[in-house]
Design a protein around this ligand. Structure first.
Ligand SMILES: Cc1ncc(C[n+]2csc(CCOP(=O)(O)OP(=O)(O)O)c2C)c(N)n1
Length: 537
């Protein structure tokens, strides 16, 4: 028994749990994703009290892997830390994928795992493993705390570097033995993101340069990058064309031609963030005489990032070159020629689905896009525009947790669309299990169903012995029936006008549109044919 801030006598675990929850609220954390269990009961009960008083939004998910990605999505969209809580044992390990993704994207997740007291470790006690520090270097900070009242200041301060792990040892009794008003007078805090703004300068003396922007923009805003690019005046090559209307269209496609790359060989490339989608863009960057990288993550995560110079923030630019109008005109001309070429792609194809979706999203819509072909089809085939806010899990490009991340993002926005491959959908099917009413979510999931991993047909392993069994992995499942079994409004579309019509309808609640497409083989063939045409540009 102990005295918590002089309020009442409570058991040690309840006291500890309440201390943790108070500090969560005082830090400015507003959302917690909880997965049920016994060992975490004191914290779960304390969180519920806080929720009842309107101090926290509590999201409950039975699957910790799903919960982790839900928290990731909420944090990405709200730009605030989100806390997770689970019980001891395998539950903890289920957070690992989301923790890794959060680490590589520097997303502040406060991962709270309940544990038995340290004296029970390695004694054969039930549901007890060495879970303190289990996330290794993926956690910006790990703490293993026990009954004495913990000040979480240090723990919380590390959230600006990514996920933080708080392992909490809770001894029995686990249930509360008083009903005191322990949250009286609490003042919810306001989370302020640490701004990384230092003044470093970059002098540019060559006129033939290019600015390349990775999908997650290294966490920088579209506006900051736009202004930076306008000031420099070089062609803008982006992985996410839905955020930059002045980007050169279809650059990832025309740069796949060695001849075009040689013609467009830049003297300087400025790379904002990481470019993880197209070999063609990375090949162009390699041709540059000088490469400058702008990415805050190079300070702590990608510390071996190699470039002429690495900046952790957008530098102030001193321009010592004359604008070369023919340089930009050459880039634009390849963009225009490619636009003309892709108008010939099959109408009902994965490429045209991405292109149509990119063009038809209503301004103000938020888009989440899964890894694999969907994000590459948007990169290559969507025409540059603005008015859409885009998200993807590009930290580690996993096909896991995509539904959950999209739901997390959608819970923070009015209207969200997610474009997912069928395997990405199936991988996170438990993301659909959960009381959707707890999170106000307007989300339309568009599933491109090519019955397996379409990307592998576009890669060199296409055609190896056993390809279908070990790469293609057809599942033969009825995605629409699966989603309908979750009680979700489900439509199957098999034509581009049907899809366009659907995309224009208001997004209310969670619904699923299954875009059933021709074979993965046909898709790869269409891409090859296009590449052949591009190589003769
Ligand atoms: C968690 C995880 N497991 C495996 C992979 C490897 N992988 C990359 S793409 C892919 C197939 C994705 O299929 P789907 O989502 O249907 O998209 P498609 O390739 O058909 O566009 C796989 C298995 C991964 N990126 N992440």
């Amino acid at each position: 028994m102990g005295c918590f801030r002089g309020v009442a006598l409570v058991n040690a675990s309840t006291q500890l749990a309440r201390g943790v929850v108070r500090q969560i609220i005082e830090t400015g954390i507003t959302d917690v994703v909880l997965s049920p269990g016994s060992r975490n009961a004191p914290i779960s009960i304390a969180l519920y009290s806080a929720k009842k008083l309107g101090l926290l939004n509590l999201h409950v998910r039975i699957d910790e892997r799903t919960a982790g990605f839900l928290a990731l999505g909420i944090s990405k969209a709200s730009k605030r830390p989100v806390a997770l809580l689970c019980t001891s044992g395998t539950a903890v390990a289920n957070y690992h994928p989301a923790v890794l993704e959060a680490h590589h994207s520097q997303i502040p997740l406060l991962v709270i795992t309940a544990d038995r007291p340290a004296y029970l470790r390695q004694t054969g006690a039930n549901q007890t493993t060495l879970q303190a520090g289990i996330f290794g270097t993926a956690a910006a900070f790990s703490a293993d705390i026990s009954a004495s009242y913990p000040e979480l200041g240090t723990v919380i301060s590390h959230l600006c570097h990514g996920p933080v792990h708080l392992n909490v040892q809770l001894d029995e009794p686990l249930l509360l033995d008083d009903e005191s008003d322990w949250l009286a007078g609490i003042k919810p805090g306001h989370w302020v993101n640490k701004e990384l703004k230092k003044s470093e300068e970059l002098t540019l003396s060559h006129s033939r340069g290019v600015i390349v922007v990775g999908h997650d923009r290294a966490g920088l805003s579209v506006e900051e990058i736009e202004n930076f690019a306008i000031e420099i005046g070089w062609p803008l090559v982006v992985e996410d064309p839905l955020s930059f209307s002045r980007a050169v269209p279809h650059a990832s496609l025309f740069l796949s031609s060695q001849r075009v790359r040689d013609l467009l060989r830049p003297e300087v490339a400025i790379v904002v963030g990481r470019t993880t989608l197209s070999r063609s863009i990375n090949a162009l960057v390699k041709l540059a005489v000088q490469e400058f990288v702008v990415d805050p993550r190079a300070e702590s995560i990608d510390v071996k990032r190699n470039a002429t110079q690495v900046f952790f923030f957008l530098p102030k630019v001193e321009k010592r070159f004359k604008q070369d109008s023919t340089w930009e005109a050459t880039w634009n001309s390849f963009g225009e020629q490619t636009t003309a070429l892709i108008s010939g792609i099959p109408n009902w194809s994965e490429q045209n689905i991405a292109r149509t979706l990119g063009a038809s999203l209503v301004p103000g819509t938020t888009l989440f896009v899964s890894s694999s072909r969907p994000i590459r089809d948007l990169e290559g085939f969507a025409f540059p525009r603005t008015g859409i806010e885009t998200f993807a899990n590009r930290g580690l490009a996993g096909i896991d947790g995509n539904i959950s991340t999209a739901i997390g993002i959608a819970s923070q926005r009015e209207s969200t669309v997610a474009l997912l491959g069928d395997l990405s959908f199936l991988h996170d099917i438990t993301g659909l299990v959960g009381p959707m009413d707890q999170t106000r979510v307007n989300l339309r999931l568009v599933i491109v169903n090519n019955d397996g991993g379409g990307i592998f047909s576009t890669l060199p392993q296409n055609g190896v012995l056993g390809f279908e069994e070990i790469f293609g992995t057809p599942h033969g499942l009825d995605i629409a029936a699966i989603s309908a079994s979750f009680g979700l409004d489900t439509t199957t579309v098999t034509g581009i006008s049907q899809l366009s019509e659907k995309l224009l309808q208001p997004i209310v609640g969670v619904s699923i549109v299954v875009a059933s497409v021709p074979s993965r083989d046909e898709n790869a063939r269409a891409l090859r044919e296009l590449n052949t045409k591009i190589s003769s540009l």
